[in-house]
Design a protein around this ligand. Structure first.
Ligand code: SF4
Ligand code: SF4
Length: 669
């Protein structure tokens, strides 16, 4: 009895020390979040946020996109959740040794049975994880030396926590006369017990106490190691999912308030200029590498790794935030900044803003917002950007298009087509927003004509803005030049609102995304459709009729990121293609939400490749491997990139790149 009391006293001392230190560590992490100055309100819409937590964190829907690794993680996660009951029981036994959750009756039976079986699965999953990381060396799981050691340590620690649980339960089974306690059901532990014991003895009593202490001390050690390890995500990932962007559109760049008189810098050079949510993103990264494994830039050998950027945010936060809080601003660490010294300029400019990283991240980290914020600092505060962007910014400023074409020629493509501008006649049913490529690029002017012809055949009463249209602002915005972007966006909104425009259709996914999802930030609220959606509706409504007989072609469709991943428009282009009788539509290996970028988004259309391979060639190779004779696209940038890719592989005789509008026009009466 004295022993039991002593045990409880020792436990209470250990417990207070452990939880005191844990609270201190967590409090520090929360204080570091407050160092971030950018405002970000994420406390709205709590029920939706909770639902999201259930789907993403508990049902692990994102992880299950990869069935093998996803199932593995799901097992470890749920094993963990159920072990929490065992942990609670063990902790309460520390206060009062005979404590048991057996008063839960049949629920306890289920809990103990599932814990017992899941323990085995967790051990197997850990062995498999160690194998994948250290023997198979799955590329996305291989990180720096420190990260690898950290992973090995934590996985081994979890394994010993489970082993000690079995040790405790097996010896407890022996102590109870080779039988279960009330309402308990632990067949694996009973089996293990049978291997070593025939009944209670001094060894079983000693081993019970040994494993009990081992189990609880490992758990306490694990708990206190978490805030200092990459497994910090165990604490922060559920809050991160809760606070994640609720917008169903995957990325809407947030407005930068350029008229803030107190601002001497714009964008983010270091962690204190981020928002608390962006720092929380850093805490929550599991270093699983899913983002980097799908990053097109990384895939072709460029140095950009979205995982490394997020891990660098965490490293820099843990290094700089304590100094900021202590007021040690003279420390040499202040001579460095996150941008340049951790995240290189090259990495930042290599991003195509394709959103594949955000799509795959199991803990809802928002990489692209942080990348654009850092680009904003480079452009607006430091004026440090690739020389190739000088003419682009200059053209946008003077010609309102990224190319140096005369803005007076914007409507030349429509000459002879009897298309009216809003200036000529305001009474149109819908505005056809042509976009810069559709207005000036020789290849895409053909697409503008094809789509306009389809609308004319369907009897749609549309108008264009003609010379009053300006670049939608997407390129400047994603390149970090918010000043230029806002200038064009505001001017366009003014023009559109002056004409009372309500409905817009466009053949450019970048214009589509910007007008639909970002113009509301500037007072522009319109019903915006992409031309693939519009064509689908015209076909479905019988406004245009497909030919009974059409030429046979094997077609593969390349998803534009801004149409697909950004706006979930996957089916409209496919449905239209499937309506054409002669077409055989084949999918590329990476399609729809797993589609691979063409390489031109985020302003990359106007930047040279300074390292690694070319993203468009990687994508074209995949398209060519389907043996399709036609690559269908629905974006001017994709069309340029895929056409260049086909030229690179010298396949221009065999393979044609066409827009959906062109294919449909060829196949309707
Ligand atoms: S948005 Fe695309 S290119 Fe940019 S980091 Fe993410 S995956 Fe890579
Ligand atoms: S950012 Fe997300 S996907 Fe990338 S390594 Fe971290 S947790 Fe994994």
């Amino acid at each position: 009895m004295v022993f039991m009391e002593l045990k409880n006293i020792i436990f209470i001392i250990v417990f207070l020390a452990v939880f005191g230190f844990f609270a201190y560590s967590v409090n520090n992490l929360i204080k570091y979040l407050k160092v971030a100055k950018k405002k970000d309100d994420r406390f709205d819409n709590v029920p939706t946020r909770l639902k999201r937590v259930w789907n993403i964190a508990f049902a692990q829907t994102k992880l299950l996109r990869d069935p093998v690794a996803g199932t593995l993680h799901l097992l470890i996660f749920w094993g963990f959740v159920l072990f929490i009951f065992a942990v609670i029981e063990t902790i309460l036994q520390g206060f009062y040794s005979p404590f048991s959750l057996s008063f839960l009756g049949p629920i306890y039976t289920v809990i103990t049975l599932v814990q017992d079986l899941f323990g085995l699965l967790v051990i197997l999953s850990i062995i498999f994880s160690l194998y994948r990381r250290f023997i198979q060396r799955v590329p996305r799981l291989v990180v720096d030396d420190h990260g690898m050691k950290d992973a090995a340590f934590i996985l081994t620690l979890i394994m010993f926590i489970v082993i000690s649980m079995y040790g405790q339960n097996a010896s407890g089974f022996a102590n109870n006369g080779m039988s279960y306690h009330e309402s308990e059901l632990r067949p694996v532990s009973a089996f293990i017990s049978g291997l070593f014991f025939t009944g209670p003895n001094s060894t079983s009593t000693f081993l019970y106490e040994f494993f009990w202490w081992m189990h609880i001390l490992l758990i306490f050690g694990f708990l206190n190691y978490l805030p200092y390890s990459k497994h910090l995500h165990i604490l922060s990932s559920i809050p991160n999912v809760f606070f994640a962007n609720l917008d169903p559109v995957r990325n809407t760049i947030k407005k930068l308030y350029l008229d803030d008189e107190n601002a001497d810098t714009f964008g983010v050079a270091d962690i204190d200029q981020f928002s608390w949510k962006q720092i929380l993103d850093g805490y929550s990264c599991t270093e699983c590498g899913r983002c980097t494994s799908v990053c097109p830039a990384n895939t072709v050998g460029k140095s950009l790794s979205p995982r490394d950027i997020i891990v660098d945010i965490r490293k820099r936060t843990l290094e700089k935030a304590p100094l900021i809080l202590e007021g040690k601003t003279e420390d040499e660490l202040f001579e460095k900044t996150l941008v340049h010294n951790y995240v290189t300029d090259m990495q930042l400019w290599e991003c195509t803003t394709c959103m594949a990283c955000v799509q795959e991240c199991p803990v809802m980290i928002e990489h692209v917002d942080s990348i654009v914020d850092m680009r904003r600092n480079l452009v607006l505060t430091e004026s440090e950007f690739p020389a190739g962007l000088n003419p682009v910014f200059k053209s946008l400023e003077t010609n309102f298009s990224p190319w140096a074409f005369n803005p007076a020629d914007r409507a030349e493509w429509a000459e002879g087509m009897n298309i009216k501008s809003l200036a000529e006649d305001k009474d149109g049913e819908i505005l056809f927003w042509v976009g810069c490529a559709g207005s000036f690029d020789d290849r895409y002017k053909k697409v503008s004509k094809a789509f306009a012809t389809i609308m004319q055949k369907a009897g749609v009463d549309f108008r264009i803005l003609g010379t009053e249209e300006k670049c939608n602002g997407d390129t400047a915005r994603r390149l970090g030049n918010e000043y230029l972007a806002q200038m064009m966006m505001q001017e366009n909104v003014e023009t559109l609102n002056n004409y009372g425009v309500k409905k817009i259709v466009t053949a450019c996914p970048h214009c589509f995304h910007s007008l639909k999802n970002e113009y509301p930030q500037f007072g522009g609220n319109f019903e915006v459709k992409h031309h693939t959606q519009f064509i689908e509706e015209l076909l479905a409504g019988g406004k245009i009729q497909q030919k009974k007989e059409s030429e046979k072609h094997k077609v593969t469709y390349h998803d534009s990121c801004y149409l697909g991943r950004y706006n979930d428009v996957y089916e409209s282009p496919r449905k239209s293609l499937n309506k054409v009788s002669g077409l055989d539509l084949v999918e590329m290996e990476r399609s729809k939400s797993k589609g691979f970028c063409c390489g031109a988004g985020g302003g990359r259309m106007f930047l040279e490749d300074e390292e690694g391979g070319r993203i468009n060639e990687e994508r074209t190779k995949e398209a060519l491997s389907t043996n399709a004779d036609t690559i269908a696209s629905a974006c001017p940038f994709c069309m340029t990139m895929m056409t260049d890719g086909v030229k690179h592989f010298e396949k221009t005789e065999e393979v044609t790149v066409k827009d959906i509008a062109e294919i449909i026009l060829e196949n309707i009466n």
